[in-house]
Design a binder for this molecule. Structure first.
Ligand code: G3I
Length: 332
């Protein structure tokens, strides 16, 4: 496999090619060389980096950044403000009651200041706010929103910019191919822009599946965000072999050839689309490396065998890999 072209070289004139992982595992070294940017999958989230008031654990992120730099790779920060993987204490006082707006914003500021300024421009860009819009396009009723309204978003972007003026600032969300949800995210970006608050890019999470969303909807999402003048990134890309409504564990013994080919075909279509928009797409990041460690093996069905990525459980390239390597030449 040593003579295989590398994804990052194939797309060098188009966009960065990334993967998510908390550690550079030696057994994946031959796969890691395909990428020129890494996102910590969990290690930089609030619960990991700041599990208790005043207690910060930076060792895993420090190591990942060092390892990335040695390989000449860039690093994306994920994520500063999210409703998930944020400890309950953040939103509560000592009696377990919700804190007031000022207290919550002060905690958020301290977190952002500490984490963003520690790494400065060693991080290319941060997912400043993650998944703040609900599926119906309204604001998600998270504790952040319930306690502060829209303000946490404005202050998060402002305080991240203050903590490091050189770092890029992103809004990152899933389901943005869906017009309803997209409208909410577009409003969010416009609202920041109207107030003169810097936002550099939007991450369209690519948690797609074998059937949905349509290529036309993904195209529309890219166009709509690009029209706001922000960079577009396809973040968290993976392609479940199960349609959303399927809950059986159909492929525990391996992926049938026809499904594998269909998946590859869809990856090829997606990368042809991404290439078409290489003027606005800055980065495409896969959410994981091999099927073995993908989060999709636990979502939406815990313990179900999924096969969403480019390499199989043994780290061997799947048809999906060849499709991404040469989307124009790929013939199923
Ligand atoms: O590390 C512990 C382990 O010690 C413990 O034994 C085990 C038991 O459940 O859990 C392990 O932690 C899990 C962690 O992944 C590491 O594997 C958590 O339970 C599990 O909830 C966590 O899932 C992560 C998920 O975010 C949580 O919301 C996934 O790895 C991660 O891929 C996923 O990533 C998110 C993005 O950040 C934002 N967009 C959606 C995306 C998918 O949910």
């Amino acid at each position: 496999m040593d003579d295989v072209r590398l994804l990052k070289d194939v797309y060098a004139n188009d966009f960065l090619i990334g993967f998510a992982q908390d550690r550079m595992l030696p057994q994946y070294e031959h796969l890691i060389r395909h990428f020129n940017v890494v996102t910590p999958e969990n290690a930089a989230k609030w619960e990991r980096v700041h599990p208790q008031p005043g207690v910060y654990h930076f060792a895993v992120v420090d190591q990942l950044i060092e390892d990335a730099e040695k390989r000449g790779m860039k690093v994306i920060g994920h994520t500063l403000v999210w409703h998930n993987q944020t400890p309950a204490w953040v939103f509560q006082d000592e009696g377990g009651n919700p804190v007031d707006r000022d207290t919550l914003l002060a905690r958020m500021k301290e977190h952002i200041d500490t984490v963003v300024s520690r790494y400065g421009s060693r991080i290319k860009g941060w997912d400043v706010v993650n998944e703040a819009v609900a599926d119906d396009g309204q604001m998600r009723q998270s504790p952040w929103f319930q306690i502060t309204g829209f303000e946490f978003i404005e202050r998060a972007f402002e305080w991240a910019a203050q903590a490091c003026p050189d770092v890029e600032l992103y809004y990152n969300d899933y389901g943005l191919a869906d017009p309803k949800k997209r409208r909410g995210a577009l409003d969010l970006v416009r609202r920041l822009q109207d107030k003169g608050i810097r936002i550099d890019g939007v991450g369209i999470q690519g948690h797609f599946d074998i059937e949905n969303p349509s290529i036309a909807d993904v195209r529309q999402a890219i166009e709509d965000f690009a029209a706001l003048g922000v960079k577009v990134m396809i973040t968290e890309l993976d392609l479940s072999v199960y349609p959303w409504s399927e809950r059986r564990n159909l492929y525990a013994g391996g992926l049938p050839e026809d499904v594998s080919r269909k998946q590859a075909q869809r990856y090829a279509e997606l990368f042809r689309l991404f290439r078409e928009y290489n003027q606005v797409i800055d980065r495409v990041t896969f959410w994981g490396i091999t099927d073995f460690t993908s989060w999709k093996n636990n979502f939406p069905v815990v313990g179900r065998t999924d096969h969403p990525l480019l390499w199989d459980r043994e780290g061997q390239p799947k048809p999906a890999f060849w499709a991404v390597l040469d989307p124009d030449g790929y013939a199923p």
